[in-house]
Design a binder for this molecule. Structure first.
Ligand SMILES: NC(=O)c1ccc[n+]([C@@H]2O[C@H](COP(=O)([O-])OP(=O)(O)OC[C@H]3O[C@@H](n4cnc5c(N)ncnc54)[C@H](O)[C@@H]3O)[C@@H](O)[C@H]2O)c1
Length: 387
């Protein structure tokens, strides 16, 4: 079996998720298409990098990211840093001829994402973007049902991603609130997943019209670590939030369907309310990630008087599930979607074929984000082609 040597950059929330997936893929998928071998991790301080290497079982660690890309052993560069670094690291990786696995959103702007896509395509390297929610077996079932025409003509897509992880006004200012590091707020961070879902299930966007708002305008400064793990300093100083807490936008799809997407990082009571509903001429699908092993299906072909939403529990009849467990009802978790994502990436690398979603798809999502932001700024409908 071929070994893929991996250099992981960033050891935070997602760094851990990717590292766990590398360890689990050969155990879940036997035989794995290739063996993922984590050779080096990079982070901003020696403490973080050393800890990452120890916890994730990597052979070595470095401070920063450049040495990861330059490391001759590394075949695949894995980017789990905050958003602003994705472009620089990806361009350097493509130049070095390395395959690239990058977290979402691919870049801060559609223009940057396109540059990354073109550089990777020129270099002939394989790319993947971490839109893991579409790897849920019931998401793949939803896709199968729509493609088979079971819902008929698709009329509507309504999607949302609501969380309350940052609803506390005392949650400190971390990189997610900094426009230069994160780009937009709830839209890029949470909404990007839903945009990918809408594209995956329904198709290309024609135009969008959005409304964004920042409700918590000042936050205490953070001490220590970055991301969700950060704590406020005791000094009482604050910093102004630079991007939106919430986004709502209307969609017209190229194929004629209409829809809405909403995302909020301050939606009290919601944890990972990543939800979608698709309505078609013959039926509907409804899903919410907080019950991630359930797909709710309504078919108007059911007999009159017996119609209604039914819940299909994820099971071995659905894509990938059987590799995990032989019976329905045990259920998969968040990490299992990352395991499926990494499996597909290794399969693509072993067979020298494109992975999905790749940098081209990551660029298309960033293009929609830009169109929504322009629409918010100018208070009008914006066609995605304008971007
Ligand atoms: N797919 C998903 O479901 C999902 C979930 C969360 C985050 N993300 C994405 O993953 C990325 C990281 O988010 P996170 O929540 O893991 O953030 P995080 O803050 O928890 O971790 C980021 C890590 O990158 C490190 N880092 C920063 N600058 C660096 C540099 N110059 N060189 C090396 N390391 C550096 C930080 O020290 C930190 O350890 C973001 O793009 C985010 O949008 C995706």
């Amino acid at each position: 079996m071929e070994t893929i040597n991996i250099g992981l950059i960033g050891t935070g929330f997602m760094g851990k998720g990717h590292a766990m997936a590398y360890q689990m893929v050969p155990k879940i998928f036997s035989p794995a298409p290739a063996f993922p071998n984590l050779v080096v991790v990079g982070d901003v301080t020696e403490d973080l990098a050393r800890k990452g290497a120890r916890d994730f079982g990597a052979e070595g660690w470095v401070v920063g990211w450049e040495q990861v890309v330059d490391d001759e052993r590394v075949d695949l560069v894995d980017i789990t840093t905050p958003n602003n670094l994705h472009k620089e690291i990806a361009l350097a990786s493509a130049k070095a001829g390395k395959h690239i696995y990058c977290e979402k959103p691919l870049a801060l702007t559609g223009k940057d994402a396109k540059e990354m896509y073109e550089a990777a395509a020129r270099a002939g390297v394989i790319t993947m973007v971490g839109f893991n929610f579409i790897k849920n077996p019931v998401a793949l079932l939803a896709k199968e049902m729509i493609e088979a025409g079971e819902l008929g003509e698709i009329y509507h897509f309504r999607g949302s991603f609501h969380q309350d992880v940052l609803a506390d006004p005392n949650a400190p200012f971390s990189w997610r609130f900094d426009r230069l590091i994160a780009g937009s707020g709830a839209l890029a961070d949470l909404g990007s997943h839903v945009i990918e879902f809408a594209r995956f299930l329904v198709g290309d966007f024609e135009r969008v019209c959005g409304l964004a708002k920042t409700f918590i305008e000042e936050r205490p400064l953070a001490a220590g670590v970055s991301g969700y793990r950060s704590k406020a300093t005791s000094e009482g100083s604050t910093r102004t939030v630079e991007n939106e807490d919430s986004i709502h936008f209307l969609i017209e799809f190229k194929g004629g369907a209409t829809g809405t997407i909403e995302a909020s990082r301050i939606a009290t009571g919601r944890k990972v309310f990543m939800a979608y509903e698709v309505n078609g001429s013959k039926g509907s699908l409804h899903f919410v990630h907080e019950r991630m092993n359930e797909l709710n299906v309504y078919l108007s072909t059911d007999p009159t008087g017996r119609q209604g939403f039914k819940t299909i529990l994820a099971g071995p009849e659905h894509p990938y599930y059987e590799s995990f467990w032989p019976v329905a009802g045990i259920g998969l978790g968040y990490e299992d979607m990352k395991i499926i994502e990494v499996y597909e990436l290794l399969d693509a690398l072993a067979n020298n074929e494109p992975a999905y979603p790749d940098f081209k798809e990551g660029w298309k999502v960033c293009q929609v984000i830009d169109a929504v932001l322009l629409s918010v700024e100018e208070g009008r409908w914006v066609s995605v082609e304008e971007i």
